[in-house]
Design a binder for this molecule. Sequence first.
Ligand SMILES: *Cc1c(COP(=O)(O)O)cnc(C)c1O
Length: 388
Amino acid sequence: MPNTQFPFLDLKAQYNNLRPELIEAVTRVLESQHCILGPEVECLEQDFARMVDCRQAIGCASGSDALLLALMALQIRPGDEVITTPFTFVATAGSIARLGARPVFVDIEPDTYNIDPYRIKNAITPRTRAIMPVHLFGLPANMGAILEIADRHKLWVIEDAAQAVCARYQGKTVGSIGTIGCFSFFPSKNLGGAGDGGMVTTNDSGLADLIRTLRVHGSRKKYQYDLLGINSRLDALQAAILRVKLMRLGEWTAARQRNAGIYRTLFADYGLTESIELPFVSAGSEHVYNQFVIRTQQRDRLREHLQQAGIPTEVYYPSPLHLQRAFSSLGYKPGDLAMAEEASEQVLALPIYPELGNERQVAVVESIAAFQAENSEVRSLSYDRSDA
Ligand SMILES: *Cc1c(COP(=O)(O)O)cnc(C)c1O
């Protein structure tokens, strides 16, 4: 077993493969001194819109702001309720609460980790305005069932696609399925910038115009403010860097999917698929593996074992949002959303980035197999003792 440490995500490897193009792009922006919005951002918006099959894409300062701008454009206000999942990054529900609206948490499906559409119905009240599903880890939520409920109750659907750029659901690209799609260019996402950045997508040109206005302080004309907006623009440097990376995204997504396939083969070869749950892929969905998340009841001990062997892992997320202090005023308590709570104790993300390489994947799975072997021995010993 190699004891050489390797990173959970290797952004330096990505940079080394792109260095000349990135330096050319950054230099172009520095020479132009057009630093905020402008032609670089417009080109990225057009390319991004084409890629996700949406008529409009609007660059902004982060994925968190993309969610906030989407909710602002839909005029979500204090007293409104927005249904979402508790098993996600804080920004999903944070964007709702920041506008004074109430995040209403609905439990997840235990296999996909995404919001369970069949539990949404019971959470709808006369105050419900929107549903905000998250395509967690890169796997699309059950959009068919979600859209059906949304249509019936006249609710908006805001897709949090921060982890799922280019994922597909029944032939459609995520971010183009609901009313509005929200993306993040945080460096660890499948398409990451050299800092913060985000994108909002929609097929509704009226909403797109509103979002373009809201991101520049609510102004359509200089020093004339039609709406109360925010400052959330995408920098030209980020756009130029993202344009370089966008050209590689297809290749990187394929590499993540190939790595996922290699993990599946290795887990099967080592006879681990009984004891460890691998990522589920819903029929008709294409997973883009921002994370490759396995599930086991011995998560913490396995993580410790892997760490000793120099194998990096992460836990997304160790605590569901309904139990976080920031949301305590909503009144949830342990046990309210059992599937999300159980998942937060059992999930473990393994390295999956495009540059990972087969040998490291073998090392990861070998180390997991060694852990399982030790533990099943302990178990059979204790059975022996109780027999005696
Ligand atoms: C990363 C992420 C966000 C926030 O994006 P930032 O660009 O970091 O603000 C929102 N939701 C989910 C599910 C994310 O993973």
